[in-house]
Design a protein around this ligand. Structure first.
Ligand SMILES: NC(=O)CC[C@H](N)C(=O)O
Length: 222
């Protein structure tokens, strides 16, 4: 698997994401937000967590207009894979690659803790190494993680088995406890929790490793 990790001014989980991809066997290149093209032969684009452009306007709104996001959109439209974590999920909703929006947490506070996540589907190259119904422990760190979409969109996500992860104990007010969703072709995943922060015993948990291993396995044979 060849992965590119996008770096915006204010990204702070870009290296963590690169380390998790590399630990699963991927080759990784870092890509600056001002680049307008991805390196040749990229299978996967990682959009990391952080505070792109200082979270000004809305989280992810300015990043979605950056030159690299045009290339990321084209990559996804060609069937390429994209993983957006936390601020990356916010960027993906702002680009329109995923539906809905991430609103301010219901309690209006930044939340940084490990939460229980239910794996809602194993039917994706991101989640195939889990079983549907598994509960995994993954950290969250956000102030705008409250997933919102209109009722038809929520119903469509559920009917199409596109909710990847839900919270076992909703920390932020997200509709239908949604923590992560898939695109219609199941190759774009946005999630607020950080699997790359649960990818090494030194992190205090390794429940995120299976996501990176599943991807590397799927893309090794793609
Ligand atoms: N860790 C992150 O990616 C933070 C995401 C976003 N800036 C928020 O606080 O909601």
């Amino acid at each position: 698997m060849r992965a590119a990790v996008v770096v915006f001014p204010g990204s702070n989980c870009d290296r963590d994401l690169a380390v998790a991809f590399r630990a699963s066997g991927a080759e990784v290149e870092m890509v600056w937000h001002k680049d307008s093209a991805l390196p040749e032969g990229i299978d996967m684009v990682g959009i990391p967590g952080g505070f792109s452009y200082g979270d000004y306007l809305r989280c992810g709104a300015i990043a979605a207009q950056s030159p690299i996001c045009g290339a990321v959109r084209a990559h996804a439209e060609r069937g390429g894979y994209v993983l957006g974590v936390c601020n990356g999920f916010q960027v993906l909703t702002e680009t329109g690659l995923l539906p809905g929006a991430l609103l301010r947490n219901a309690g209006l506070k930044y939340i940084c803790k490990t939460v229980g996540l239910k794996v809602e589907t194993s039917q994706s190259d991101f989640t195939s190494a889990y079983n549907a119904g598994d509960v995994i422990d993954i950290p969250i760190a956000h102030h705008d993680g409250n997933y919102f979409a209109d009722a038809d969109t929520i119903a469509r996500l559920q009917d199409e088995d596109r909710v990847a992860f839900s919270y076992t104990d909703n920390p932020n007010g997200a509709q239908a406890d949604i923590a992560g969703i898939l695109s219609p072709n199941r190759r774009v995943l946005g999630m607020m929790p950080h699997p790359e922060r649960a990818a090494d015993a030194g992190h205090g948990g390794t429940d995120g490793v299976a996501l990176f291993r599943a991807l590397a396995g799927a893309l090794a044979t793609a």
